[in-house]
Ligand binder design. Sequence first.
Ligand code: PXG
Length: 291
Amino acid sequence: MKIYLNGNLVERNEAKVSVFDHGFLYGDGVFEGIRAYNCLVFKLDEHIDRLFESAHSIMLPIKLTKKQMIGVVVDTLKANKLKDAYIRLIVSRGEGDLGLDPRKCKGNETVIVIADKITLYPKKLYEEGMAIITVPTIRNIPEALNPQIKSLNYLNNILAKIEAVNCGYEEALMLDHLGYVAECTGDNIFVVEKDELYTPPQCMGTLRGITRDAVLAVARKLKIPTHEHVLTRHEVYNSSECFLTGTAAEIIPVVRVDGRRIAEAKPGKITKLLMREFSKLTKTDGIKYTL
Ligand code: PXG
């Protein structure tokens, strides 16, 4: 496996960063999770834009241009001869000293691209739907660490994941500081009610997911009314369909939340329609490359 590290494509065992890297010491950096489908990097422009927005927000200047960053992602896929892949793009503040002051970093950010085979939830979960549970850990509040920043500090989500796993569930439903439904640990949440689609607004502790936006756009094209609206758990429990969206998970139906059945506890018809239409989109909407 070849990994892009600061301008070079190196073997996996040579891809090493300093123990003084502030990404390692403090989670001081940003990242993106991206997917390639059959030699097409899905929504790559959108992922690069979001990476640069996260970096701008934490005052991490990236020396590569957006165009160069796209080139680096494509070069890594080509070097690994991958048609389909999950890509992790990481930019950390780079090497500094043991103090958290970012000025101590010498000004060379660390840029890493890892492209690997994709890992999915088992197929059965996509066909039958998954069960999720609300966890005690709430999503970061925007005034403290805005969930729009895809920072290397993912402890908030990891704590929630641990709580779900401890209870025997694969995924956690996270609430915001007001008790409204925010999102899951690495996925956005949608519900369907009376054939209309609802998802929490991005201002409420919810990442503006690229899959989320793609699903909203697909729904609008299909003339399904969409709403970015605050949701309570009561509305989720009583919805007629529920599903999660994310780059890794794509669209996965949810059939049980906190032990409550969602309608007939089967993936719903709008969910299945959106899964089909989303799959079509992954074949066309992105940046193509050849091996
Ligand atoms: N919410 C959060 C908190 C995320 O981290 C999403 C929603 C979905 O966004 P996109 O843009 O992918 O539709 C994410 C992104 C994993 C994993 O291992 C997933 C993400 C990030 C890191 C790891 O499943 N998801």
